[in-house]
Design a protein around this ligand. Structure first.
Ligand SMILES: CC(C)(COP(=O)(O)OP(=O)(O)OC[C@H]1O[C@@H](n2cnc3c(N)ncnc32)[C@H](O)[C@@H]1OP(=O)(O)O)[C@@H](O)C(=O)NCCC(=O)NCCS
Length: 183
């Protein structure tokens, strides 16, 4: 009985209730073909997590999916990375509330053929464009354009990785292109 309750709660809320929830947190929404999720990865709020085809989620990745997380075809998430689609309001104190009472959500969208290095943190509301690479240890606080290499805390674009005219096609702003090429 406890196990059944745990599975139900785990599916609804990602609540940790021992082994049952360990199973439940692996449950996800639409998932393409040929995806690999390594055994120690954790996916919470999985009903709002969508994988394309051939997505790889390595060990110890945590996905907090209640706010919505979509990951495109052929994208790889290296070990120990964290994708977060929920946060708390900073003006909670002024409102006389506790942070735990102010859970808010913003979807994370990661495109096709993206490589997320080890120990990257991706914050709520971020979109990462097709073909982008995020260096190990980065904290991604803002959108990353397609075909861009971004590193650091906070993550900044340091290089563009595709053909020159591909950036115009991808809609990258001239200022972003220039600063990346100057870097
Ligand atoms: C971002 C990355 C792809 C860059 O590779 P690269 O272009 O060959 O980079 P280089 O090794 O030539 O380093 C270029 C500069 O960036 C710095 N740098 C490289 N990776 C960095 C990172 N993740 N964060 C911060 N700085 C980084 C280097 O120190 C170097 O700085 P310097 O010029 O002042 O010496 C790579 O370093 C990386 O992070 N790979 C992820 C590996 C990983 O997580 N694998 C998981 C299993 S697939």
């Amino acid at each position: 009985m406890t196990t059944a309750v745990g599975v139900i709660w785990g599916r609804l809320w990602g609540v940790r209730i021992g082994f049952a929830t360990r199973m439940a947190t692996m449950w996800i929404g639409p998932c393409g073909r040929g995806c690999t999720v390594y055994p120690t990865a954790r996916i919470y709020g999985g009903r709002r997590v969508r994988f394309g085809d051939r997505v790889t989620i390595n060990d110890y990745v945590h996905i907090w999916g209640v706010g919505g997380v979509s990951i495109g075809d052929d994208t790889m998430i290296a070990a120990h990375s964290v994708i977060v689609s929920q946060t708390h309001e900073l003006d909670a104190l002024r409102q006389g509330r506790k942070y735990r009472e102010t859970l808010t959500f913003a979807p994370v969208k990661i495109g096709n053929n993206v490589w997320i290095g080890s120990s990257v943190t991706i914050l709520p509301g971020v979109t990462i464009g097709d073909g982008a690479v995020i260096g190990a240890g980065a904290v991604v606080t803002r959108d990353i354009p397609p075909a861009a290499l971004a590193i650091g805390v906070p993550a900044r674009v340091i290089r563009l990785l595709g053909e020159q005219n591909a950036f115009e096609h991808a809609g990258i702003a001239a200022s972003a292109k220039t600063s990346a090429q100057d870097a």
